[in-house]
Write a protein that binds this ligand. Structure first.
Ligand code: FMN
Length: 170
């Protein structure tokens, strides 16, 4: 097994971090983390993603009130809402935003920042999120990434399932 590859190491050790110390995230680190989203692949290279950095505590609390599975938000240092422009990519914005979300998670993890992907697409709170964040009509909130300096450590898991590996045909 490859032990020294930084990308593989980040992929294999990333976990959802939902407990935070309350310390702020260094702004230079945070900008690196957000910018990683722009490097995601996108259908026809249309790059429909937009990223909203949320630091306003009152806003984080309002999002928490809307999102039943993001109760870690009030303890977070900040959050990022990954949004996609439906008018330029149609439904492909979802695939593109998923790739951007994973890039951000891996960047955060590799820089020692805790993060968790909270679902917004396909939920009842997608529309109210859009209203709260004043999104234009063609912009959809796709995911909410909650970030903070980690106050929990999670072990890397062996997640490879050989029964789900297929060669040539099912
Ligand atoms: C599309 C999607 C939606 C998710 N939504 C939530 C969520 O709303 N709240 C949450 O705490 N975690 C959420 N997660 C994180 C998953 O629970 C987590 O990735 C999974 O349990 C595996 O754990 P790990 O990230 O530590 O490897 C979501 C993950 C994905 C990919």
């Amino acid at each position: 097994m490859e032990q020294n590859n930084a990308v593989l190491n980040a992929i294999k050790t990333r976990r959802s971090i939902r407990k935070y110390t309350g310390q702020p995230i260094d702004d230079a680190l945070l900008q690196e983390i957000i910018q990683a989203g722009f490097y995601a692949p996108s259908a026809m290279n249309r790059r429909p993603f937009h990223f909203i950095q949320l630091t306003d505590k009152a806003l984080l609390q309002q999002l928490c009130d809307l999102h039943p599975y993001a109760k870690m938000l009030p303890q977070a240092a900040c959050a990022i809402v990954v949004c996609g422009d439906y008018s330029i990519s149609g439904a492909f914005y979802m695939d593109d935003c998923a790739a951007a979300t994973q890039n951000i998670l891996l960047a955060a993890h590799s820089l020692g920042v805790g993060a968790v992907w909270c679902g917004v697409e396909h939920t009842d709170w997608q529309q109210p999120f859009g209203e709260l964040l004043h999104l234009p009509e063609q912009i959809r909130a796709y995911s909410l990434i909650v970030l903070g300096m980690p106050a929990e450590a999670k072990e890397a898991l062996d997640r490879v399932e050989p029964a789900k590996l297929h060669l040539n045909r099912w």
